[in-house]
Design a protein around this ligand. Sequence first.
Ligand SMILES: *Cc1c(COP(=O)(O)O)cnc(C)c1O
Length: 436
Amino acid sequence: MSATERPPSVDRLAREIAAATDLPHPVCVEMARAAIDTGPAGWDGQAALAAAIAFRRTLLRPVINATGVLLHTNLGRAPLALAHPGAAMNVEFDLAGGERGSRQAAVGRLLATLCGAEAALVVNNNAAAVLLVLAALARDREVLVSRGESVEIGGGFRVPEVMEQSGARLVDVGTTNRTRLADYSRALSRKSADVALVLKVHPSNYRVDGFVESTAVNELATLVDNRGGEVPVVADIGSGLVDAACPWLPGPPPGWLAGEPAARQTLADGATLVTFSGDKLFAGPQAGIIAGRADLVAACARHPLARALRPGAHVLLAVQSVALAYLHRRAHYELPFWRMASVSVNELSVRATQLVADGAHGTVVATEAVPGAGSAPGTVIPSVGVVVPGDHLATLRAAPTPIVARSHGRDTLLDLRSVDPDDDVHLAAALAALDS
Ligand SMILES: *Cc1c(COP(=O)(O)O)cnc(C)c1O
């Protein structure tokens, strides 16, 4: 049906949908037309309106994460307010010389200082970081990977597939549960070996327990190739903890971080490069960071793929502000993730008690929150929540500021560790509404 032959009812229905949803006119016209074309007996205006409201709810918006999963991949991982100056920025402009400058010079330097690296580069995400490192440093050459680390990490990041896309050749080393230094040495000493690098991948959300053995970075750093040359060790640490000592926290590093690889220590142990996500334990925006030896970082920056994988000005600005927060040691209160991760159980109890006192029909319970996004797998962070009898998950998702809670047997649990205290008022209102 062409636009000129459009029956008046399409326009009328589109206007009704627009009035109820505030969606733009062309979208409402499409929805009205679809209802009229496909409706069973003629058309169903109510169904079209319901579909439009449902579509409007799919638009990106802030939600309240009451799941207790601090870095929730479906909810955008680390929460962070992005600075949008709405103005021109000196992205690639050298204000001293008045000439074209480097997009990454400042942020790269801050990240390098933070990680104890010579240089650093920011790309779109960690998958892009690994892809770029392999393409720039190992195209048409071999990369050794332990069979125990040739894993899939949520969201379709599969080590062998990324390897294939980069043009590097994967050489499996060891077995699924045990890989020793000797396994790497054997692969390196083959007469035909042409090994560009050794890749160590943090298994993140994957764990093999029991009879397991893997080779530490400081051991891998001692390997030599069949001509006696050094072999760069690239460690994909994934989660992006920048320093295991957590100098930005007022107290000692929290227990749940024990065993999580950190950029600074991995480089100090002898890794040539590390790669990690910007939006996991780094607590920043979606980004991928490559840090380590200057000549190798420069080779990554020069590779043609770097142009396709480079982040925009707003992401660079956000990464810069996160790096500054760590270096100024203000991260524990400036970065929402570290605020959530370090708030005391006592403070959470006070908030939960207040919520229940405010008329929320529920009970305060001790819970276990988790870091999430494959970070520190298997560890929990003691937390406090409110349990409301019955399954209210859908009702809470339909609240004016949608609330994502989790089920607790047949009941509904809202874990407060992943909730910004400023959002408690929204929780109180939504919980009070459940009773009526
Ligand atoms: C999360 C993760 C990735 C993927 O990172 P993205 O930033 O989501 O692209 C890759 N490797 C490891 C080890 C990870 O933990």
